[in-house]
Design a protein around this ligand. Structure first.
Ligand SMILES: Nc1ncnc2c1ncn2[C@@H]1O[C@H](COP(=O)(O)OP(=O)(O)OP(=O)(O)O)[C@@H](O)[C@H]1O
Length: 229
């Protein structure tokens, strides 16, 4: 009887380190995520959670190690082209166009994606249906976050990279976020979340990034030390 090979993880970080501004931010990270999986990144301010997500989004490259998608290094240009079409990125910069209506702010992204018909149901699910025709400048911070989440649903790509997705959401908003994450995972989607606030995500892999090492001493620090001595 032939033994079946275990499936490749969809995403594999193999001994990945990352530098920013000549400082080492991440060191020797090893993580694998399969379809339907979730990874939750926690850690103190400046520990590197956003850096981790940016690297996965291809905005910065690992200084060592590899990020593999379906077993292929995402930094290879042919691979990156396909990989980036799998990603849906949500960050504190919400790219909401204030002069457009709420619906246009979602539909625009959906049309660019070559899709149709999901924007309005997504807004309704996120509790923004009755505001669809209003200008986006009327939205509160929490409503803007709900609009971003509606975009995730309308664009409907398999890998969600979410940087602090629950910031500004009320309790009902957080429950909706948890619901759409769970539903996305049921369809085989992957969710990678950086968060300070608790979000209920069943069977998620938790990665707590260690606090950053102290920055290198500046000339001022050295002079201060010389004063003490
Ligand atoms: N644009 C940048 N250029 C250079 N270095 C940066 C830049 N942004 C952040 N860093 C450095 O990277 C480190 C990690 O930042 P990052 O934003 O990844 O942390 P974080 O864990 O997401 O923090 P927070 O919890 O505050 O959002 C910071 O301490 C900072 O020194």
């Amino acid at each position: 009887m032939a033994l079946r090979k275990p499936p490749l993880p969809r995403i594999l970080l193999n001994d990945v380190s990352c530098m920013r501004n000549a400082q080492q931010i991440l060191r020797h990270v090893n993580v694998s995520v399969h379809d339907g999986g979730a990874l939750v990144l926690t850690g103190s301010n400046g520990s590197g959670k956003t850096t981790f997500l940016r690297m996965l989004a291809g905005f910065s490259k690992p200084s060592a190690g590899q990020i593999l998608w379906n077993g292929h290094d995402i930094t290879q240009s042919g691979i990156f082209h396909q990989y980036k079409l799998q990603l849906n990125w949500l960050s504190l910069k919400d790219a909401v166009k204030e002069k457009f209506t709420v619906l246009d702010n979602v539909q625009w992204f959906e049309v660019l994606e070559g899709k149709y018909g999901k924007s309005m149901p997504a807004l309704e699910l996120m509790g923004l249906g009755r505001l669809a025709k209003d200008k986006a400048r009327m939205l509160s911070m929490g409503q803007r976050k709900r609009l971003q989440l509606a975009r995730l649903l309308a664009i409907d790509r398999p890998i969600w990279l979410l940087d602090e997705p629950s910031v500004a959401l009320d309790e009902e908003g957080v429950r909706l976020l948890e619901y759409i994450i769970a539903e996305h995972r049921k369809k085989g989607g992957i969710v990678i979340v950086a968060t300070h606030l608790p979000i209920q995500i069943e069977d998620a892999l938790n990665l707590r990034l260690p606090p950053r090492f102290p920055r290198r001493m500046t000339l001022v620090d050295m002079l201060d030390r010389a004063d003490i001595a």
